[in-house]
Design a protein around this ligand. Structure first.
Ligand SMILES: NC(=O)c1ccc[n+]([C@@H]2O[C@H](COP(=O)([O-])OP(=O)(O)OC[C@H]3O[C@@H](n4cnc5c(N)ncnc54)[C@H](OP(=O)(O)O)[C@@H]3O)[C@@H](O)[C@H]2O)c1
Length: 261
């Protein structure tokens, strides 16, 4: 069985690639940084599965269509596609940074669409398959300082939720995964306090279980999901105080950008 994973050069995507290789799958690993993808070949999990890497940018529509066609030639029909590639950014000033909004939407929303459209076309011909979007719990509430990221993940959730209903009658299953903080380069770059981040292995185990169970929608950890749901029915003034408090605790410092991450 062939698994297609974007954002495989780091973090959640890298770990998912290793998981599926370890269990004997053929994995197509996609990201822009080829050197980071090459490192996957050195991992012991490669002995059990079949890995092929593809350097590509998810914001490029034609390139992603070509990559999907090449993967199907190289590794066979894609049975599971995980649209995981994503970026985040904070805005510590009380104004809208248009360039930031554009980058987030291009990668997190258009990138997911560019990834999934050619995969869905191929799956529709076969009448089977599963597509997964790694969204975020940030889709459940507009958080101060990361509102553009939240907006991009809301778009991902709605896109996938609609696709779930469109594709189900055609034998294609759609799964939306919304993690809270996970220990990856992303949370290091954003300086999220370590104690708020779930260990990567724990998060990967939860994600692959939800994918295996073909869950429609899976948010974790459960307590954060319930916390946000309860918050959304409280009066606006309470929501505002709580969200400002958590933003201050979660994103307290100006970001020092590190181009190596
Ligand atoms: N970590 C968290 O706390 C957390 C929480 C909720 C949701 N998520 C979501 O989980 C996903 C993975 O995040 P992560 O924490 O693993 O982040 P990460 O460690 O920063 O990895 C991000 C991955 O996305 C790839 N990527 C970014 N832009 C790309 C582009 N234009 N084309 C192709 N690949 C691109 C990166 O590869 P290249 O740079 O090599 O292209 C990298 O492999 C994201 O969608 C993120 O929003 C993360």
């Amino acid at each position: 069985m062939t698994v297609f994973i974007t954002g495989a050069s780091a973090g959640i995507g890298y770990a998912l690639t290793l998981h599926y290789l370890k269990h004997g799958y053929s994995v197509a690993a996609i990201a822009r940084r080829e050197a980071k993808l090459q490192a996957l070949y050195q991992e012991p999990q490669c002995r059990y599965g079949h890995l092929k890497i593809y350097a590509a940018d998810v914001t490029q529509k034609q390139i992603m269509a070509d990559v999907v066609a090449t993967v199907e030639k190289d590794l066979g029909p894609i049975e599971l596609a995980i649209a995981n590639a994503g970026i985040t950014a904070q805005n510590l000033e009380a104004k809208l940074d248009l360039e930031q909004v554009e980058q987030l939407m291009q990668t997190n929303v258009i990138g997911v669409a560019n990834t999934l459209a050619p995969v869905i076309d191929a799956m529709l011909l076969r009448g089977r398959g599963q597509i997964v979007g790694i969204s975020s719990m940030a889709a459940l509430h507009a958080l101060p300082r990361i509102s553009a990221y939240c907006a991009s993940k809301v778009a991902v959730n709605y896109l996938l939720e609609g696709l779930y209903r469109d594709l189900k009658p055609h034998g294609i299953h759609v799964t939306t995964i919304c993690p809270s903080f996970v220990d990856t380069d992303m949370t290091v770059k954003e300086q999220v306090p370590n104690h708020l981040c779930m260990q990567r292995e724990v998060a990967i185990a939860k994600i692959v279980r939800a994918i295996g169970q073909r869950r429609r929608f899976y948010c974790f950890p459960y307590w954060s999901y319930h916390f946000l749901n309860i918050l959304s029915i409280l009066p606006n003034v309470v929501q505002g105080s709580v969200l400002n408090y958590v933003a201050e605790r979660w994103f307290p410092r100006p970001i020092v950008m590190d181009s190596t991450l």
